[in-house]
Each structure stands twice: as structure tokens, then as C-alpha cells.
Ligand binder design. Structure first.
Ligand SMILES: Nc1nc2c(ncn2[C@@H]2O[C@H](COP(=O)(O)OP(=O)(O)OP(=O)(O)O)[C@@H](O)[C@H]2O)c(=O)[nH]1
Ligand SMILES: [Mg+2]
Length: 300
């Protein structure tokens, strides 16, 4: 194929700036989980978009934090570093109205390890700006730094200017044939997506610490004639957390299950039966072996 472009785009930045929302928007469907809480994404996940002219391999990454402790934090940092190392193009996501200290650290980090790749700044959440004119001085001062190949203001939430970002990215990708089959949408399978969609509901529905002591394991995933039958376990670290998650008369768990099932049905295009249990596994987030058995493996 002549003039076809194909390559990997690492999307990174501090937590909660809208990286996963932006990639879902670029892909045109929901692959990645999102929530108002920081550190929702825990893995490096590839989302693939194939068009007539280009194949975009978007790598979503966990939000960059500094000084995070424990095995899970190390796993998450490793996922970002691996994505940046293999990318043809780097997209730093920040949110309006200004770059914060942690955005600056993310920028410094990437400049140290990867100066040889085009760096694009996606300035997200422009919908939050009461006056759009405020963008001009911000863009001018960021542009004056001379580190960004392009700066694209956009809103992942309402989709404005996201197409412009895709155009800018396309121009940076190497000329080569597609690297993945054109009907492939991710490097992760439906089991992984199912676990993520369940975790998303825990992040969206529970306050404070519960999301951060939770992980999900799919025990079985069977495609039957009329439906997909999934049995999953939500692990927490302590009995008290289990009680909160299950809720009065099981109401909390039921709400998680119903919402996750609906998102999964849309994703799979099929009816889903979802059986959910909560179990206690003390210290899973700081135990490297437990993490591996729960899917936080070497591939990040
Ligand atoms: N107003 C507004 N909110 C947005 C926009 N994009 C994302 N958000 C919200 O910002 C929050 C974080 O979005 P995510 O996509 O989960 O952010 P992330 O950068 O992937 O976060 P981590 O995975 O935790 O690093 C969610 O509540 C989103 O709905 C946007 O363009 N405008
Ligand atoms: Mg995310």
C-alpha cells in the first residue's frame, strides 16, 4: 500500500485529565473505562482505529504520579514507561485552564526519556472555559516554549476539535502498511474488557478508598447460544470493605452488576448474564505474586 500510515501513539499525562475519554472519542466507541476519580486506568491498553489512509494504535496509560508506593504503583509506572518507549508519536494530555505542576513533571519526564519523537499537546476540557478567548494567550505562551510539535485545544467530552487532533497525529505516523488486521479493535480480549467495565462501576459508585482496594477477576466467560455468561469476583482487602461494597441487602453489588452488564451488552452486541461475588484477599495491591495472578502481568 503506498502512502499508508500506521503507528503507535502513547497518550499520557497526570491522572484525571481525560486520557481515556479522549481515546474512546478518537476510536468512536467505548473501549476504555473512565471516572471522575484519579488513577482509574491501571494498564497500558491498545485501542486500534483503522481508516482508508491510516491505522492509529492508541496506547492508553495510567495517570503519571510521583512518589506512589507499592507493587500496583510500580506496575502502573512501568505501563507508562513502556508505552512511551514504543511510541512513534507522543500525546501529552492536559486540561484547561492551565498546566499544573504535575503536568510540568509529566512533560519533563517525557523530554528526558524521548526527545526523538514528535510531542503533541492535547489541551482537553475546553468546554469548561467560560470565555473561549482565554485560550489564545494560553496557546501563545505554551507555543512559545518550543517543545510541542502542535498544540490542539479540544473537548473529549463533547468531541469538539478531536478530529483535528487525529489529523495532526496522522501526519506524524510513519509510512507503512497496517500493523494489525483492520477488524481488530484492541490488544485486549473481551474477558479483560468485562473486568474493566465492572471496575469502572466501582470507581463511579463508591467514595474514597473503596475503588483503590478493588480489583476484578473473571472466573468464567462462556459464549452461549443466546447470551454471554460471565462469572466474576470483585476482590477487596478487608471484611469491612466487602460490607460496604455489597451494601444493604446486596443493593451496592446489584447496582454495580446491572450497570456493568449494560455497558458490556453494548460492547459485545449480545445479551449478558453477569454473576458477581465479592471476596477478601488481604494485601493484593502490594503483593507482586497476587498482582500477577490477578492479571497485572509483565505486559502491563
Ligand atoms: N468537562 C470535561 N470533562 C472531561 C473531558 N474529558 C474527560 N472529562 C472528565 O474527566 C474525568 C476523568 O476522565 P478520564 O478519561 O477517566 O481521565 P484519565 O486521564 O484517563 O484518568 P486516569 O485514568 O485516572 O489517569 C471524567 O469525569 C471525565 O468525564 C472534557 O473534555 N470536558
Ligand atoms: Mg484513564
Amino acid at each position: 500500500m503506498t502512502n499508508y500510515r500506521s503507528g503507535t501513539i502513547a497518550v499520557f499525562g497526570r491522572p484525571n485529565v481525560g486520557k481515556s475519554t479522549l481515546i474512546n472519542r478518537l476510536l468512536g466507541h467505548k473501549l476504555l473505562i473512565t471516572s471522575p476519580k484519579p488513577q482509574t486506568t491501571r494498564h497500558r491498553i491498545l485501542g486500534i482505529k483503522t481508516t482508508g489512509d491510516a491505522q492509529f494504535l492508541y496506547l492508553d496509560t495510567p495517570g503519571l504520579v510521583w512518589g506512589g508506593k507499592g507493587a500496583l504503583a510500580r506496575h502502573m509506572d512501568g505501563a507508562v514507561a513502556a508505552a512511551i518507549a514504543e511510541a512513534d508519536c507522543l500525546v501529552l494530555v492536559a486540561a484547561c485552564p492551565r498546566l499544573q505542576d504535575d503536568d510540568e513533571r509529566a512533560l519533563e519526564f517525557v523530554r528526558e526519556v524521548r526527545r526523538d519523537r514528535p510531542l503533541i499537546l492535547a489541551l482537553n476540557k475546553v468546554d469548561r472555559l467560560p470565555r473561549k478567548e482565554a485560550l489564545l494567550p494560553l496557546m501563545a505562551s505554551l507555543g512559545a516554549r518550543g517543545v510541542f510539535a502542535e498544540i490542539v485545544p479540544l473537548s473529549a467530552r463533547d468531541g469538539s476539535n478531536v478530529e483535528a487532533l487525529e489529523g495532526v497525529i496522522a501526519r506524524t505516523l510513519p509510512e507503512q502498511d497496517p500493523l494489525y488486521p483492520e477488524d481488530q479493535l484492541s490488544d485486549r480480549g473481551d474477558r479483560f474488557v468485562a473486568a474493566e467495565f465492572i471496575r469502572e462501576q466501582v470507581f463511579r459508585r463508591f467514595a474514597k478508598e473503596i475503588p483503590y482496594v478493588t480489583t476484578v477477576d473473571i472466573e468464567s466467560f462462556r459464549v452461549e447460544k443466546r447470551l454471554v455468561r460471565i462469572e466474576a469476583v470483585i476482590y477487596v482487602e478487608k471484611e469491612g470493605q466487602k460490607a460496604i461494597l455489597v451494601g444493604q441487602g446486596g443493593a451496592g453489588l446489584k447496582a454495580v452488576g446491572t450497570a456493568a452488564r449494560k455497558t458490556l451488552e453494548r460492547h459485545l452486541g449480545q445479551k449478558v448474564y453477569l454473576g458477581l461475588w465479592v471476596k477478601v484477599r488481604g494485601g493484593w495491591s502490594d503483593d507482586t505474586r497476587a498482582l500477577q495472578s490477578l492479571g497485572y502481568g509483565g505486559d502491563n
